[in-house]
Design a protein around this ligand. Structure first.
Ligand code: GLC
Length: 750
């Protein structure tokens, strides 16, 4: 194996918006995307790799200063000092504080086609991010691989899982920075796991040393920059935020309808039913089983009459069967991934022998997208993309399989995202102005633009319950706000206590979906005994109460990239207790609810409350922050705390998001010493009209000094569905007040 270390700069020049530096080994290009984002791309290729993730173009090149030993480039926020001999890249804040730098000795280097970047490791440096990765919130001392994998039966420490997000945030000396390694090959991240205490490193099996350095000085700002670069989610359809009931599989239309009917009979709110693989004819994508799902439109019409939406699964594997439309068209047009001799690659998945669409090809994307008419015509509104790592039984897809010009090792990690993109574009087109719900298992950086994600096949254990929230919170650090886990655990049978506990976390999980594998016991809320059913029902009702808050939270994600489920590291970055493994599972749900996941066998728990004052949601009891407390955690009352000053809009319980409701918005406010604000957002929840100004937005402010609560003028042309606002005041002397929501600007003194 040959080792090459990036050597001395031979030539330095400005070319078409880039600072270009040549060394004997490679060419380095520096481009500026914003004052806080600088890209470094070191390539041996004449054309650097194109990006699947990045949505933005670089700006004009900034002036730089060159001396005998160095090149210096300054933005208003960042200083990049490039050592010329050997070529090393070192980032500082504008006022000269060292943020992160190449290891002086090894910097960027190659071992054959493998490209690696060694960086200086700071004594107190911590790392967070990388998306769906097991392990601790603070990833210092750990190493990871990105290689999208069908991680069925994964353990709580397994790596890799299904998704690739090569983006992390480094924290040291009170400073923050982010780094996005935009390389789709199998990649590696080592956050000081080699324990030499000198270096951290990342690299990939091929491609370029191509990274974006983020220098904003807060995690919020870094997330804003990262999601500016790679895109943000759109407003999800409101119904997809309701309770979702899934199972592998409801075996017939009758069974789907029976389950839906039971929700309504029992008055347990729900919005979504799923059809897993058995709705298809022989697992052939875009078909319906002719006997068990003989009349899909009839079934969906009945679901609609009960205010349910249907989500169906699609897998990428196309069954090899002459006369099957997708197979015939795929073969006729060369739409499948191939061996180098042009023969379509074949492997076994659910339908048996299959070919796999080449989703990197735009024509294939269009073809795939258009096929969704088979599902949309009868009325399907949600599209679940599974097995898109891509999965093939017992087989790693051979390295010589080709996707157009590129081979599998370069495409594997983006295959799932490209499938989700094809699905999203296709269904958006067919659904016209209606928002689709797309859910994918495999993903790459940027997937938030097209789809929600769930964390794949977890297990019915307490360890998985806790892991699930760490995965969700870590996905939130990579632009993915709309995320969920299989509540109850996919494999295995939960105890009733675990089912109840897991469900109580559902209201505080961005996507609230109950799912189970084939052969597992039934999971619907009424399967756990009457007492437990009542608890589960109450928790699902809590989800529906919180929808105005949750919807506004997603609006925030669309604007800022801030996730709905937030590790405490986002808002309390410098508080070392939030990284303590005892407390690392805690998270903020939206701006001001602190949720404490507790396993089902513990009925009290230690909670760390960060700075400020906190109220327990269920009792109103007040606590000082900056301390650990012991909290009761019976199965009927998950510990949830509300930050003093919190403004949380809620509604009364409805049975589904289609129900009009009583027109009352309950504006809950918890007393505090500091002024606070909440941006309330509403729109029709169904169409894209919000993009043309049909939304309702106002800022709600609480000012303890003036003893006032005020609502700003309404922005947008949408009429709120709430006619009345009821102020619900916690920790105040005043009582509930009612306000007419048509009032333009309001100042309420208490
Ligand atoms: C995969 C999915 C799972 C689904 C099953 C059958 O295991 O991860 O959610 O139920 O396939 O389609």
């Amino acid at each position: 194996m040959q080792l090459e270390i990036l050597g001395n700069a031979n030539t330095v020049s400005a070319q078409k918006g880039a600072l270009v530096i040549n060394t004997p080994q490679a060419e380095a290009r520096v481009t500026v995307y914003s004052p806080t984002i600088i890209r470094v791309c070191i390539t041996k290729q004449s054309e650097p790799d194109a990006s699947f993730a990045v949505m933005q173009q670089s700006q004009e090149l900034l002036p730089y200063r060159e001396s005998a030993n160095e090149i210096e480039m300054n933005t208003s926020a960042l200083k990049l000092i490039i050592n010329k001999s050997p070529l090393r890249f070192n980032f500082y804040t504008a006022d000269g504080k060292e943020l992160s730098r190449d290891d002086t000795r090894f910097g960027t280097n190659w071992q054959d086609s493998r490209v690696i970047n060694y960086r200086k490791l700071y004594p107190d440096e911590m790392f967070i991010g990388l998306g769906e990765k097991t392990g601790n919130l603070n990833r210092r001392g750990s190493h990871y691989v990105n290689w999208n994998t069908d991680a069925a039966l994964h353990g709580v420490n397994d790596d890799p899982l299904y998704k690739t997000f090569p983006f992390f945030i480094g924290l040291h000396s009170g400073l923050t920075y982010g780094l996005f390694f935009d390389n789709t090959h199998k990649s590696y991240f080592d956050f000081g796991a080699t324990t030499d205490e000198q270096t951290s490193w990342f690299g990939a099996d091929g491609g370029d040393m191509n990274y974006y350095f983020f220098g904003a000085q807060s995690i919020r700002e870094i997330l804003k920059d990262y999601t500016w670069l790679t895109g943000r989610m759109e407003m999800p359809p409101l119904w997809s935020l309701g309770y979702q009931q899934c199972r592998w599989s409801y075996m017939s239309a009758q069974e789907v309808l029976e389950v839906a009917t039971k929700f309504r009979e029992k008055q347990i709110p729900a919005d979504v039913m799923y059809c897993d693989i058995d709705y298809m004819d022989g697992f052939k994508i875009f078909t319906w089983n002719k006997s068990s799902f003989a009349d899909p439109k009839g079934m969906i019409d009945q679901l609609k009459s009960m205010d349910f939406r249907l989500v169906t699964i699609v897998d990428p594997g196309i069954k090899i069967e002459e006369g099957y439309k997708q197979y015939d068209e795929g073969i006729a047009n060369n739409y499948f991934a191939t061996y180098p001799d042009g023969e379509p690659y074949t492997a076994s998945v659910w339908p048996g022998r299959c070919h796999f669409p080449d989703f990197t090809n735009d024509k294939v994307k269009e073809w795939w997208g258009a096929a969704f008419t088979a599902l949309i015509e009868p009325g399907v509104e949600g599209f679940w993309n599974d097995m898109n790592e891509p999965a093939a039984w017992n087989q790693n897809i051979p390295w010589l399989v080709k996707f157009g010009k590129r081979f599998m090792p370069e495409i594997r990690n983006v295959y799932g995202m490209e499938m989700a993109k094809a699905t999203y574009n296709g269904v958006r087109n067919i659904l016209d102005n209606k928002r689709p719900f797309v859910l994918t298992r495999a993903a790459y950086a940027g997937t938030q633009r097209y789809s929600a994600v769930w964390t794949g096949d977890n297990a019915a254990t307490d360890e998985h319950l806790l892991l699930g929230h760490r995965l969700v919170n870590s996905l939130g650090l990579t632009g993915m706000s709309f995320t969920g886990v299989d509540i109850g655990g996919f494999m295995g049978n939960p105890t009733p206590e675990l089912m109840v506990r897991w469900n109580s976390l559902g209201p505080y999980t961005p996507m609230f979906r109950n799912h189970a594998a084939e052969g597992m016991v039934r999971r619907e809320p009424w399967e756990w005994g009457q007492g437990n059913e009542a608890i589960i029902k109450k928790d699902i009702e809590q989800r529906y109460r919180l929808l105005p808050y949750i919807y506004s939270g997603f609006y925030q994600s669309t604007q800022t990239g801030l996730p709905l489920s937030r590790t405490l590291a986002i808002d309390y970055t410098d508080d070392e207790m939030v990284y303590d493994i005892k407390y690392q599972n805690q998270f903020l749900f939206g701006d001001s609810m602190l949720v404490v996941p507790v396993i089902s066998t513990e009925l009290t728990t230690n909670v760390y409350l960060p700075e400020g004052d906190w109220y327990r949601l269920s009792t109103g009891e007040k606590y000082k922050g900056n301390q650990a407390i012991n909290a009761d955690a019976p199965l009927t009352d998950l510990p949830v705390f509300v930050k003093a000053g919190a403004i949380i809009p809620m509604q009364n319980v409805v049975q589904s998001t289609s129900e009009q409701g009583d027109g009352i918005l309950l504006l809950h406010i918890w007393n505090g010493n500091e002024p606070t604000e909440f941006v309330y957002y509403e729109d029709d929840g169904i169409t894209y009209n919000y993009q043309n100004g049909e939304y309702y937005k106002r800022t709600i402010s609480f000012n303890p000094e003036k003893k006032s609560i005020s609502l700003s003028a309404v922005e947008g042309a949408y009429q709120s569905k709430y006619k009345t606002i009821k102020l619900v005041m916690h920790g105040f002397e005043g009582s509930i007040k009612e306000i007419d929501n048509n009032t333009a600007v309001m100042m309420i003194n208490y």
